[in-house]
Design a protein around this ligand. Structure first.
Ligand SMILES: [Fe+2]
Length: 496
């Protein structure tokens, strides 16, 4: 028998769906779906198959359910499938949870000791002809791009020597290379990081190992034309705490942050650590360099955005203190160690994305989910929740914003260029929007050059989608080819 605990995390719009389905030709209730959209928008959402063994739980510990929206000639077909991770398969066979707390193998049922704990619930990306569902504690899981059926764990033909691989790899749009890494690379709470680059076909061509100043969550990283940057933010990991059954991560408000900078395809002994005072950041919008100065654009907040990881100072969680503002970190690789920081936007938000054809290079277009646009009377007082979708210019600070309305929750926007050779930022934003009062979800299509005008089309699902993390668009030409030729500029397959 399945019964989820009576807890807010499982209540209302947040109730688990646990539903896999296909919906052909989803109703378009407003506008017209642009016919230029020819491909598939993949995303992954968090949806627990069974209540956690640990009782209390957090969404990051839930199973990955991949959804696809296939666009063709103004029509949209929907599909959703659980990723059959080894963990999902084992729990389905047992008809109960076998795994315990988030990222804590010491809380698991003895029957699954040593099994890979990955949930494939964080991102789904396409590279080298493969669709991969990823979570940062394990190797990715390869899926069939058409059926979303699970093919199995993928380890780059045995070249993945780390036990983990990031869910936020980057594709260099000029070379088609996938740049990625694993942290806690020799086991939970270890200080080891493995950095890899794979060529456009998915063959690993570079590997380097180094150690971090302290073990911590390295959720995302930054890649520019000539450099790779690893942010060490004090969501710290501690083996003793894990052994005692405690939280995998805790916020340490006393620790400095570090940026580990090394040349692209550099060796582990080339990492230089730059320090700054305590602050929080999670996702990277983009990075670029002039050969000497590396710029990393990321929303920066005063403290951890995650209420479910304890604060080592004992301070209670304060949602108002978590507001993050897109900022630019700059490191001079030939000057004194240190991190410059400049705020780029006055509107707080997260889930930064961009036109991936310009990743690793100077750029002018980003997209985000915002909690507020100060001074814009259209949106009313902030609630702390993501309620606004925006295209932004990181150079001028311009914000082009749209609210899907009260009691509506936008997820991460995904940019799709209007054509492979369209100018930067000329295209569409695809955004899943939860309609809390109607208890269902829409996919809205926005003109990325006029977001404030509202949706070009609203694709209405007659059911709700779970809270999702990340996703990517893949052009039909790339899917049809499956040529393993990698992601050429403008053909999708961004590695966010
Ligand atoms: Fe993420």
């Amino acid at each position: 028998m399945v019964r989820f605990p009576d807890a807010p995390v499982f209540a209302g719009f947040n109730r688990p769906m646990r539903f896999e389905g296909d919906l052909y030709d989803v109703e378009v209730v407003q506008g017209e779906v642009p016919r230029q959209l020819d491909g598939t928008f993949y995303r992954v959402q968090l949806d627990p198959q069974y209540p956690a063994k640990a009782g209390d739980d957090m969404p990051f510990n839930w199973d990955g359910m991949v959804t696809s929206f296939r666009f063709e000639d103004g029509h949209v077909d929907f599909r959703s499938r659980y990723v059959r991770t080894p963990r999902f398969v084992a729990e389905r066979a047992a008809r109960r949870a076998l795994f315990g707390s988030y990222r804590n193998p010491f809380t698991d049922d003895p029957s699954v000791a040593g099994m890979v704990r990955g949930l494939a619930n964080t991102n789904v990306y396409f590279h080298g002809g493969r669709l991969l569902a990823a979570k940062e504690d394990s190797p990715p899981i390869e899926l069939d791009p058409e059926t979303l059926d699970t093919i199995g764990p993928f380890d780059w033909g045995g070249a993945l020597t780390s036990v983990t691989a990031t869910a936020h790899p980057k594709v260099d749009p000029v070379t088609g290379e996938l740049v990625f890494f694993g942290y806690a690379a020799t086991g939970e709470a270890t200080p080891d990081v493995a950095y890899y680059e794979a060529d456009a076909t998915g063959k690993v061509v570079h590997e380097a190992w180094f150690q971090v100043p302290y073990p911590a969550m390295i959720h995302d990283f930054a890649v520019s034309e000539h450099f790779v940057v690893f942010p060490i933010i004090p969501l710290v990991m501690d083996l003793d705490r894990l052994r005692a059954g405690g939280a995998a991560f805790a916020w340490d408000p006393e620790r400095e942050i570090y940026l580990g900078v090394l040349p692209r395809k550099g060796g582990g002994d080339e990492v230089v650590w730059h320090r700054a005072s305590n602050r929080f950041a999670s996702h990277i919008m983009n990075a670029f360099d002039d050969g000497r100065h590396v710029h990393v654009d990321t929303p920066v907040g005063r403290t951890s955005a995650f209420p479910f990881f304890p604060d080592l100072s004992g301070k209670p969680f304060d949602p108002l203190a978590t507001s993050a503002y897109l900022s630019r970190w700059t490191v001079d690789t030939e000057g004194a160690p240190g991190i410059g920081e400049r705020r780029l936007l006055e509107a707080p938000g997260e889930f930064p994305r961009m036109d991936d054809r310009f990743a690793t290079r100077p750029y002018r277009f980003g997209a985000m989910a915002l909690t507020d646009v100060p001074g814009d009377s259209r949106f009313g007082p902030p609630t702390g929740a993501y309620r606004i979708v925006a295209a932004v210019d990181p150079e001028s600070g311009r914000v082009d914003a749209y609210s899907p309305g009260p009691r509506s929750t936008p997820q991460e926007p995904c940019f799709v260029p209007r054509a492979p050779d369209a100018p930067e930022g000329d295209g569409y934003l695809l955004v899943v929007v939860g309609r809390l009062d109607e208890v269902r979800s829409d996919l809205v299509v926005l003109d990325a050059r006029d977001v404030a005008a509202g949706p070009l089309a609203t694709v209405a699902l007659p059911f709700r989608l779970r809270y999702g993390l990340h996703g990517n668009w893949v052009d039909r030409a790339v899917l049809d080819g499956r040529s393993r030729s990698g992601a050429a500029p403008g053909t999708g397959g961004g590695g966010r």
